[in-house]
Design a protein. Structure first.
Lengths: 470, 196
């Protein structure tokens, strides 16, 4: 028997019709997640053809991108950024009702950012194919899924047929060996991987993350790593399920329960890449050299260890990026005065992320002139965080505590960074204007974002961490 | 998404945006994604490059050309990176573009382009340099021949995924192609424990 990779095992188990020279494979999709922004035109297409959603039991919807993160007023009116945003939300509500879809709407205890709630409820299960009209769908790969973002046309294809026409990508294994230094997180690993591969280094590949560092990461850290695969151009990034995966998912709402769970888990452990599996490309990174990272430019691969300062531009693109950011090559990161800190998103809006930020902010204050916004990734995260009192730590430090949503990551709901302002953000994209026209973004981990909020400038979080950790 | 007009061959001047890594947030900023249709997005294509905060024009080339004369966009390397928003090709097409040329085009964006009839053409650095060296030139793109012809007569062959190419050339409807496979999809669900 030929040795197979994790990707090949999951892919092969979902091929309805194999690909040929003149046609792509027909790939079966186990789980389709839907949100308000990339779905309306797909539902219109179904309506135009007189079709309904074929498998409502495999299709789940949430509200996250366009929704306000401020509470409704006394009359229940939500502070939408525009009437159009409200209409978009109502359109998904109507499409879900019309097609019998489960929508985790305002009344649901599980509403939240699509890539936070999928795993949280156990909708995401090892060995699944998962798609969503969102490029950060790669997040679900942390559970051994082939999970990737699709456009709205393909959202329509999956709604209508539960399948996609797909060519099999090449495979790349990224092995991160060694042991992380204290204070270094999954986000720092991810930003290092992207800086190593380059912004388009993963284009055309499905990534598998392996090695001791990946094994040692908690599930939240693994989700952060897989989430950012697209920022190296890869549609999908995966990690083999192990005991941590099984322990994390056990008892969640949509997974099998009791003995059936243990039976399923046996199959999940068998998904790991076989000894001798061949990848189209392999790269290795020494994890012990990774330090807290921050981006200095306008693409996610333009990042470096904070202690190394801003690099000197090596080409025109880097020069342009530094000019936009207002940074000078060779300067220390500490000179970068911060206006806004955003902690949240599908990349870093989970409990582990909020705990890491709170550990830094506890007993400290957000520096004068800095606006800090903490947005939990889901209602479940919000409730858990409030049970632990994390919201009080944030509020006492002078940060804002919001309702779940994508918020300032994509800045389409009214939460945005003003022109020229510098934000340290736990999100996923530092493109020009991503967080608002003229905004400047530094991507970093929740610990680094919290440390920067307290310091008032881009800061290595280790100076605020307890000594016994070091 | 539904049946498109088949594409065969056309000639046009190019429009060069030489920056590398032009992401979909530049092509159409996220705050314009609250639309529930796909029409009329050309006016916000590259919005923040073209307009000041008060809505007045910036002196950008996209505000100065006649889009009907420049239907081929030549972008820097890794064009269309970032989000999966299909609004990006919708906006580019509504502006007037029929093809995008770069040395590398991001995966999801490329897939979205092909679904809508915006032809993604990947060329070598040498060819890209020739396009950038004469940014006023007229090129011919012939999908039937998979050929790009530069103004100096250079003919370059480019690749388009075979099925997507057939869809574009013959107006084959990709959703319809999948719908025809429903009997096999049902069989697959039965035999793989995935039935409803």
């Amino acid at each position: 028997m030929t040795a197979k990779s994790l990707f090949e095992k999951v892919w092969d188990a979902h091929v309805v019709e194999p690909e040929g020279a003149d046609k792509p494979a027909v790939l079966y999709i186990d789980l389709h997640l839907v949100h308000e922004v990339t779905s309306p035109q797909a539902f219109s297409e179904l309506d135009a053809r007189g079709l309904k959603v074929r498998r409502p039991d495999r299709t789940f919807a949430t509200l996250d991108h366009s929704i306000p993160t401020l509470a409704p007023d006394a009359d229940g009116n939500r502070p939408y950024v525009t009437a159009q945003a409200k209409k978009q939300v109502e359109t998904l509500e109507a499409n879900a009702a019309n097609n019998g879809l489960r929508l985790f709407g305002y009344d649901a205890e599980n509403r939240g950012v699509v890539h936070v709630i999928g795993p949280e409820m156990g909708l995401t299960q090892p060995g699944y194919t998962v798609v969503c009209g969102d490029s950060h769908t790669s997040t679900h790969g942390a559970f051994g899924c082939i999970a990737f973002g699709i456009g709205t046309s393909e959202v329509g294809h999956v709604l209508a047929t539960q399948c996609l026409a797909q060519r099999k990508p090449k495979t790349m294994r990224i092995t991160v060996d060694g042991k992380l230094q204290p204070g270094v997180t999954g986000k720092d690993v991810a930003l290092t991987v992207i800086a190593t591969l380059g912004f388009s280094g993963g284009t055309g590949y499905a990534l598998e993350y392996a090695g001791d560092v990946i094994r040692e990461l908690d599930m939240e850290g693994r989700m952060t790593v897989c989430n950012l695969s697209i920022e190296a151009g890869a549609r999908c990034g995966m990690i083999a399920p192990d005991q941590k995966t099984i322990d994390w998912l056990r008892g969640r709402q949509y997974v099998p329960q009791g003995e059936a769970y243990d039976e399923a888990a046996k199959g999940w452990l068998a998904l790991a890449s076989d000894e001798g599996a061949v990848f189209d490309k392999e790269i290795r990174i020494d994890g012990s050299t990774i330090e807290p990272m921050a981006t200095w430019g306008t693409s996610p691969d333009q990042g470096a260890a904070i202690v190394r300062g801003v690099p000197v531009a090596g080409n025109e693109d880097q020069e342009r990026a530094l000019k936009y950011m207002g940074f000078t090559g060779g300067e220390a990161r500490e000179v970068e005065k911060v206006d806004v800190v955003f902690i949240g998103s599908c990349t870093n809006g989970r409990m582990a992320d909020l705990r890491a930020a709170a550990a830094i902010m506890k007993g400290r204050k957000v520096a004068p002139g800095v606006r800090a916004l903490v947005v939990p990734g889901s209602e479940w995260v919000r409730i858990e965080a409030e049970k632990e009192g994390l919201h009080e730590i944030f509020l006492e430090a002078g940060a804002e505590w919001r309702l779940p949503g994508c918020s300032m990551c994509i800045a389409m709901n009214g939460d945005f960074v003003l022109p020229g302002q510098l934000a340290v953000s736990t999100s996923n994209r530092n493109f020009e204007g991503r967080q608002g026209p003229g905004s400047r973004t530094v991507l970093a981990s929740p610990a680094t974002a919290a440390a920067s909020a307290v310091a008032g400038h881009v800061a290595d979080p280790r100076q605020f961490m307890a000594l016994e950790e070091a | 998404m539904s049946n498109q007009e088949p594409i065969h061959s056309f000639s046009s001047r190019i429009l060069v945006l030489p920056e590398a890594n032009i992401d979909t947030d530049q092509i159409i900023p996220a705050r314009f994604l609250t639309t529930t249709t796909k029409v009329g997005l050309g006016k916000v294509a590259f919005n923040d490059w073209r307009y000041n905060a008060d809505g007045s024009d910036k002196p950008h080339i996209l505000n100065q050309i006649d889009p009907t004369e420049h239907r081929v966009l030549v972008g820097g390397n890794n064009f269309g990176c970032g989000s999966s928003r299909e609004h990006a090709p919708w906006a580019l097409m509504d502006y007037g573009f029929q093809a995008v040329i770069s040395t590398e085009i991001a995966d999801i964006f490329k897939s979205n382009c092909l679904k809508n009839g915006l032809l993604p053409v990947v060329v070598s650095k040498e060819v890209h340099d020739k396009l950038l060296a004469n940014p006023q030139q007229r090129v011919t793109i012939d999908l039937q021949q998979n050929a790009l012809t530069l103004e100096d007569g250079t003919v370059i062959t480019f690749e388009v995924e075979a099925f997507a190419r057939q869809c574009l050339l013959e107006g084959v409807d990709a959703m319809g192609w999948l719908l025809k496979r429903l009997p096999d999809i049902e069989k697959f669900e039965q035999s793989h424990g995935k039935a409803a």
